[in-house]
Design a protein around this ligand. Structure first.
Ligand SMILES: *[C@@H]1O[C@H](CO)[C@@H](O)[C@H](O)[C@H]1NC(C)=O
Ligand SMILES: *[C@@H]1O[C@H](CO)[C@@H](O)[C@H](O)[C@H]1NC(C)=O
Ligand SMILES: *[C@@H]1O[C@H](CO)[C@@H](O)[C@H](O)[C@H]1NC(C)=O
Length: 659
């Protein structure tokens, strides 16, 4: 039994369809059993897609069974077929190769070539009568070698690509017989009817847009006996190719065929949809929505990038490349300081605000100083100096790690000092309060830091702003000078015609205030004020103090002249101090405050005195008086408005202020 069924099946598979009335109809190819090769596929949407946009490809699709085309007398039967096709080209004005309806002796057209050969023939067999091929070409390329009339024509081909008859694609509308052009590759469905009248030996080909009725007047009519062309059994199907440059997608949406009769009309409403007309939403809505989303995304990204670029913008010039190791990325500093937020603010000094930060990659704790700097003048020299200052390394200097430049702004990156600045320890914001030993240690440290700057570096570096708030305490409570050399920023950046005095009231040597010129001696003067500051635990100028105590140096001097210098000592020290050391510090403070620069000791001498290696000169022997100690600060005192006494740095116009 099973054997019989197998035999029966084999019979149906190999045996030609003998019925003279054979007919089939596919409204879409969902259920069609087509014999496909090359690029041809049946899409999930039910379309017979002969080619995609692969270059120089071809696709064939044949009705799988052989069909008997001739009667016993050997003359060809009448047949009729209609199909709906669409050619989608990427370009409006141009298309790749075309396609054809074909009746051939084999299902595959072996040896046929792509491109202009339409998957029908090759150079060797084109035009040979032994081909036994009948085709209706829907050609979208003008191939002059085959006598093509244009790039949008329909032709009847018999055994070769030189059409027996061809016309530009179009149709005669019913009623008025007006000819309407059709563009084969317009991407819209076009219906084609191919009919052969076996008695009249006449072939006709008719085209029309999908929704139009079948025109009464065919586009092509050819009287031709197909009997010698067609073999007894033949295969029917479609072929199409793509070109070497241009390629189009060729679709067949529905197909109806009948021997000896009129092919049943296709049910237009049931035809599958072309990809381009899938649904209004998919073809119009979705692209619009997705373009809008995409556009928005692109805009957002562009804006974000711009914003980021601006946010992290910095100025970098070729000449800075040599300072590479000292140059920081603004982005890194921004991240390190959490966007320079107030919570990370360590303090604001004369030159700008200082932020705590943690460098993203190296995880080094830093202090970032933002200095406003409008002038580009002298920037090169200044950066060179920063780089050079960056090479200054001493246990009593805060290491300057590098810098970054932005428009109008300069950022200086220092190693962070965990215990903050000395003035905070002195003036009642005690994270730690320093006892005398610690203070004395700090003083000696600052002194050796200054010696290093003044004498041990290749060129003398004048600090210009020595004061308690510029002395920072590292983890071991060593005093370290910060901000060294920075004052020169203002020299480089400022108009040379206006002399700007940089320093802090109360620490400013009289000749410095007069001439604007800083020297190692003016640093010594400031160091004197610093010594008194540490010993007395107060600022050089204390506006709220009783009149005779407002100016610290005057007050210490008056105590000294009464023989009671220790009266000036910081009460916070209690009795826990070494009397000789305190006396030494206060006396040195007075010595350094001498109005004559030449009368001041230098830093190396000062360190010797502090170390006890040498005895300081007796103040009485210098015969200084209160007027000999001097007080640039006293003169500028009226201008001094900073009631909390904090960082009145950058006394920009002491001289020009018209005292
Ligand atoms: C076959 O040929 C004979 C004689 O030529 C003719 O009488 C007959 O009608 C033909 N049959 C068909 C089906 O055409
Ligand atoms: C051309 O096609 C025929 C079959 O149709 C094949 O036998 C022949 O080899 C092909 N010639 C070339 C050059 O491909
Ligand atoms: C046509 O093809 C046949 C078989 O392939 C061949 O023998 C014959 O020479 C060809 N004729 C021409 C004119 O090329």
């Amino acid at each position: 039994m099973a054997f019989k069924i197998a035999l029966l099946m084999m019979y149906f598979l190999v045996c030609p369809v003998t019925s003279e009335e054979l007919g089939f109809k596919y409204n879409g190819f969902w259920l069609a059993n087509m014999n496909l090769d090359g690029l041809a596929v049946i899409t999930s949407g039910g379309l017979l897609k002969l080619t995609d946009t692969t270059k120089q490809g071809q696709g064939h699709a044949f009705y799988p069974s052989p069909i008997n085309f001739k009667n016993s007398n050997g003359s060809a039967y009448s047949f009729s077929t209609c199909f709906v096709f669409a050619i989608e080209s990427r370009y409006r004005e141009l298309s790749g190769e075309g396609m054809a309806f074909v009746i051939a002796p084999t299902r595959g057209l072996q040896g046929a070539l792509p491109n202009e050969f339409l998957g029908l023939f090759n150079e060797t067999n084109n035009g040979n009568s032994s081909n036994h091929v009948f085709a209706v070409e829907l050609d979208t390329i003008k191939n002059t070698e085959f006598g093509d009339i244009n790039f949008n024509h329909v032709g009847i081909d018999i055994n070769g690509l030189e059409s027996k008859v061809s016309k530009p694609a179009g149709y005669y509308a019913n009623g008025n017989s007006v000819f309407h052009d059709l563009t084969l590759f317009c991407g819209k469905p076009i219906q084609v009817w191919v009919e052969y009248d076996g008695l009249a030996k006449k072939i006709s080909v008719t085209l029309a847009p999908l929704k139009a009725n079948k025109p009464n007047t065919p586009l092509l009519s050819l009287s031709y006996d197909l009997s010698p062309i067609l073999k007894q059994t033949m295969y029917v199907g479609f072929t199409s190719t793509t070109g070497p440059v241009l390629s189009s997608s060729h679709y067949v949406m529905g197909w109806s065929f009948r021997m000896n009769g009129i092919a049943e009309g296709l049910d237009i409403s049931r035809l599958p949809k072309l990809p381009s007309e899938k649904s209004k939403f998919l073809t119009i809505g979705l692209p619009i929505i997705s373009s809008v989303i995409l556009l928005t995304a692109i805009l957002a990204v562009t804006y974000y990038m711009k914003w980021m670029k601006k946010k992290y913008a910095e100025e970098l010039e070729d000449w800075e490349l040599e300072y590479g190791p000292h140059r920081f990325k603004y982005k890194d500093l921004y991240i390190a300081t959490k966007g320079f937020r107030d919570k990370e603010l360590l303090g604001s000094g004369g030159f700008g605000r200082v932020y705590r930060g943690l460098l993203p990659t190296s995880k080094i704790q830093v202090a970032v100083k933002r200095v406003s700097h409008e002038s580009r003048q002298g920037m090169r020299e200044f950066v060179a100096e920063i780089a050079s200052l960056g090479r200054l390394r001493h246990r009593n200097l805060v290491p300057l790690l590098g810098y970054c430049r932005r428009k109008g702004e300069l950022l200086l990156v220092y190693e962070n000092m965990p215990n903050g600045s000395l003035d905070k320890c002195l003036y009642g914001q005690p994270n730690i309060s320093l006892n005398w030993d610690q203070r004395f240690h700090v003083i000696k440290g600052v002194a050796s830091g200054l010696i290093y700057l003044h004498e041990e570096w290749e060129q003398a570096v004048v600090h210009r702003d020595v004061k308690a708030s510029n002395v920072l305490l590292d983890g071991e409570l060593n005093g370290r000078l910060g901000d060294f050399g920075l004052a020169r920023l203002y020299d480089h950046g400022s108009d040379p015609r206006t002399t700007r005095v940089v320093g802090t009231l109360g620490y400013l040597a009289p000749e410095h205030a007069r001439s604007g010129k800083a020297s190692t001696s003016t640093d010594v003067y400031a160091f004197g004020a610093f010594l008194l500051e540490v010993g007395c635990g107060r600022r050089p100028i204390e506006p709220r103090a009783p009149t005779e105590e407002i100016v610290m140096v005057n007050w210490v001097f008056s105590n000294w002249s009464r023989g009671e210098i220790l009266q000036a000592i910081d009460p916070k020290l209690g009795y826990d101090y070494v009397k000789e050391e305190v006396e030494l510090v206060l006396k040195l403070g007075l010595l350094c405050s001498h109005s004559e620069a030449v009368a001041r000791p230098n830093m190396r001498q000062i360190l010797l005195y502090l170390e006890g290696a040498a005895a300081p000169p007796d103040i009485s022997s210098l015969r200084i008086s209160a007027t000999g100690l001097t007080f640039a600060h006293a003169e500028g005192f009226d201008d001094f408005n900073n009631s909390d006494g904090n960082s009145s740095s950058v006394a920009a116009s002491l001289l020009s202020g018209g005292r």
